[in-house]
Design a protein around this ligand. Structure first.
Ligand code: KIV
Ligand code: NA
Length: 275
């Protein structure tokens, strides 16, 4: 059954772990929908895994709407959360509310996600005031890659650790109903998880979080680029796809494919008249 936003928050009180994976199109969304996964994130990671960009910065509102629409159609019984792309919520709070509204109105997703802590609190508050549920995202926020100087674990020194705890509290206070903790040391993620009423969804933040999220291409080994330390491979679909393509080539060359059952018949009378 589809979890609602309040049920998502209640899961933490019930100590029921939450699960989330990304999806970017209709057919994968249907597979997720058929599984027991609670929620789908249409991540701006789509820029990297679907569009081949080196980071998420070039992803547009148009990209997000295009992919989220397809996901929502396939995810009849799963909560869909759409990432707000870089620069769609940074210019002004008004623009942020407008873009969050577009993401929901044009796709029928349930919620939006945006990156940032204390500095995004007022933005989160305004979007929630417009009746749009918000998931926050702190720690390694990939849209800050050029400020960070790379994809690095966050919160390792005392000042950074304190800031991260403050970020988590600020987004909760602003009205976010969940917060993604990306690449946060496990013991720090534990403190944050204990401090908050809303669920923490970890990626590279240990099993202490209230839930977990992974990019599906990472967990299925379908993305041959960079493989982060926090990824576990649950199936080698990438290898299966390559093997299937090579078997197809082999069978085409040896005329094993297409076989009789893949072809269409015509009566011999018609064929005779053609000669
Ligand atoms: O874009 C994305 O896939 C994400 C997850 C990694 C949390 O933001
Ligand atoms: Na993202």
């Amino acid at each position: 059954m589809k979890k609602t936003v309040p049920q998502f928050v209640e899961a933490k009180q019930k100590k029921e772990k939450l699960t989330m994976v990304t999806a970017y199109d209709y057919s994968i969304a249907k597979l997720v929908d058929n599984s027991n996964i609670d929620s789908i994130l249409v991540g701006d990671s789509l820029g990297m895994v679907m569009l081949g960009y080196e980071n998420t910065l070039q992803v547009t509102m148009k990209d997000m709407i295009h992919h989220t629409k397809a996901v929502v159609k396939g995810a009849k019984n799963t909560m869909v959360i759409a990432d707000m792309p870089f620069m769609s919520y940074h210019v002004s709070i008004e623009k942020a509310v407008e873009n969050a509204g577009r993401l929901i109105k044009e796709t029928n997703a349930t919620a939006v996600k945006l990156e940032g802590g204390i500095e995004m609190a007022d933005t989160i508050k305004a979007i929630v005031k417009a009746q749009i549920p918000v998931v926050a995202h702190i720690g390694l926020t990939p849209q800050s890659v050029n400020i960070f100087g790379g994809f690095k674990v966050q919160g390792k020194n005392i000042d950074a650790a304190k800031k991260l705890i403050e970020d988590a509290k600020a987004v909760e206070k602003a009205g976010a109903y969940a917060v993604v903790l990306e690449c946060v040391p496990e013991k720090l993620a534990k403190i944050i998880t204990e401090e908050l009423e809303i669920p923490t969804i970890g990626i590279g933040a240990g099993n202490v979080c209230d839930g977990q999220v992974l990019v599906y291409q990472d967990m299925l080994n379908m993305f041959s680029g960079f493989k982060p330390k926090f990824v576990k491979m649950y199936a080698d679909i990438g290898k299966d796809i390559e093997n299937a393509f090579n078997r197809y080539v082999e069978e085409v060359k040896t005329e094993v494919f297409p076989a009789k059952e893949h072809t269409f018949a015509i009566s011999d009378d018609v064929i005779e008249k053609l000669y």
